[in-house]
Every structure is written in C-alpha cells, then in structure tokens.
Write a protein that binds this ligand. Structure first.
Ligand SMILES: Cc1cc2nc3c(=O)[nH]c(=O)nc-3n(C[C@H](O)[C@H](O)[C@H](O)COP(=O)(O)O)c2cc1C
Length: 257
C-alpha cells in the first residue's frame, strides 16, 4: 500500500519513554460500558478492543478505570482497578491486546465532582472545593487532607495493579473536568492549603503522584486538557456566564481542555 508522504511518519515506530510503539496510531480511551457491574473485564470488552489492536493501532488505551469503590464511577459498567480481584481480568485484556500487536496503557480516573451522585456513597460527590455543578446543580463536598491522602494511595495501588496485570503503562486522566483537572483548574480549585493557590500549587496533586506512580519499565502519562477556557470568575472567553448552564457545560465537557 502506498501512503502519501505527509502521512508516512504515522506508520513509523516511535519510542515513548522506554516503550516502543510500532506506529503512531492510537485508540484513545473511550468508555464502552462493556465491563461487568463489579468493574471486571468481560469477554465482550476484550473482543471489542482486540479488534482495534488487530486492525493495526500501535497503542490501545481502554476507557477510564475507577480507582476506589466509594467514589468510583462516572458511568455504570466502567472498568475497575480498585481491588486485586480485578487483576486477572485486566491481565487477560492486556495480554490479548499485546497478542494483537498493540501496546496498552490503563487509564486511571477519579471523577470527583463529575461523579454521578446516584453512584456515590451519600449521594454527594467530592471535589477540591464546593463549586456547584452549574446553576442549581449538585454542590460537591470539599475533600479533607486525609481524604486526599487516601486518593493518592488509591492511585498508587491502582497503578500497581496495572503493572501486575501486564499493562505497558498507566495514563492519569487529568482532562475533561475530572478530579485531577479540577485540582489544576483555578475555577474548581479554591483551596487555601498546599493543594490550591498559584498554578504550581494547583499542580501539587499530579506532581505528588508522579514519583509514586512512575516505575522503571512502566510508562506514566498524564492526559491534560490543552486550555482551561474558564477563568476563576467563571468567565468563558471574556463573557460572563455566572453559574449559568452554558458556562458549566462548557467547563464540564470542554472547559478544562
Ligand atoms: C463514548 C466516549 C467515551 C470516552 N471516554 C473517554 C475516557 O474514558 N477517557 C478519556 O480520556 N477520554 C474519553 N473520551 C474522549 C476520547 O478519548 C477523545 O478524546 C474524543 O472522542 C475526541 O476525539 P477526537 O479528538 O478524535 O475527535 C471519550 C469519548 C467518547 C466519544
């Protein structure tokens, strides 16, 4: 098959950290709801993703996995990386993707204020600060320092499970308005402790996670939104949508990019 010169490099191998990808074609993480209700990998999930690996993608990242039981999900039938019972299923998935010719990273996510309240213990999601989800929306509960320590531990354990299961790396979901994005954003992070303040202070949580999660042969990626778009006052591109639906929707789906 001939490819136009402009696309030639897409098909060249690339070294990412210490992991060689056979080409630069990536299936990005997309939640399929094909896990079972406990979070365990199913045959259906494996079959769906392996088809992409066999199709020739160099890297396949399954949809986001939750890291702890109590504040877990953005959606039902999400992949779980929250306890060791998940490891055998994750291992079957990783090995099937690798046998299909792809490398694979497990994306780890805490949804924070974007958790579905119906799926959260007590019905109130947690967040860096109690910034409501839009006009008349759910007000999340501010995380205590002890709870942030627990979340750091949960990310560390989930990354260890990904390694034990044979994934080539881990991707932290720091985009799309989820918890790590909420810490990085001046709109959703109003904390006065070490996790809030200037840009560098708002980066504290991802930076604390970095050495904890990074291991020699195991790659760590941070998926990050490109631009916050929403200012600390809730302005979007200079226009005010104070507490309004448009501003919130934008923040939720695009605002942290
Ligand atoms: C159904 C669906 C589920 C998604 N789930 C995730 C996810 O779990 N993690 C993530 O980082 N992005 C997720 N995304 C975003 C995609 O990875 C991707 O960034 C988005 O579809 C834009 O792709 P494009 O840049 O090719 O248009 C999802 C997108 C869709 C459509």
């Amino acid at each position: 098959m001939t490819t136009p010169d402009a696309f030639e490099s897409l098909f060249q191998p690339v070294l990412v950290g210490r992991v060689w990808l056979k080409n630069r074609l990536v299936v990005p993480p997309m939640g399929t709801q094909f896990a079972d209700p406990s979070g365990a990998v199913t045959d259906r999930l494996i079959a769906y993703l392996v088809e992409r690996a066999r199709g020739g993608f160099g890297l396949v990242i399954p949809g986001y996995a939750f890291i702890e039981e109590s504040m877990r999900r953005g959606m039902a039938n999400q992949i779980g990386a929250h306890n060791d019972h998940m490891i055998p299923g994750l291992n079957r998935l990783a090995e099937a993707l690798q046998a299909g010719g792809a490398k694979t990273f497990l994306q780890l996510c805490h949804t924070g204020r974007q958790a579905d309240p119906a799926m959260v213990e007590g019905g109130q999601p947690v967040a860096p600060s109690p910034v409501p989800m839009g006009k008349d929306g759910v007000v999340p509960r501010e995380l205590t320092l002890a709870e942030i320590e627990d979340i750091i531990e949960a990310f560390g354990q989930a990354a260890r499970r990904a390694r034990d299961a044979g994934f080539d790396g881990v991707e932290l979901h720091g985009a799309h308005g989820y918890l790590l994005c909420q810490f990085m954003s001046e709109y959703t992070n109003r904390r006065a402790d070490k996790y809030g303040g200037s840009f560098h202070e708002r980066m504290t949580l991802p930076l604390v996670l970095h050495p904890l999660l990074r291991h020699e042969e195991h790659l760590l990626l941070l998926r990050r939104s490109g631009s916050p778009l929403v200012s600390s006052a809730g302005h979007w591109r200079g226009r005010a949508f104070p507490g309004g639906r448009k501003e919130e929707l934008h923040h939720r789906y695009r605002g942290c990019r």
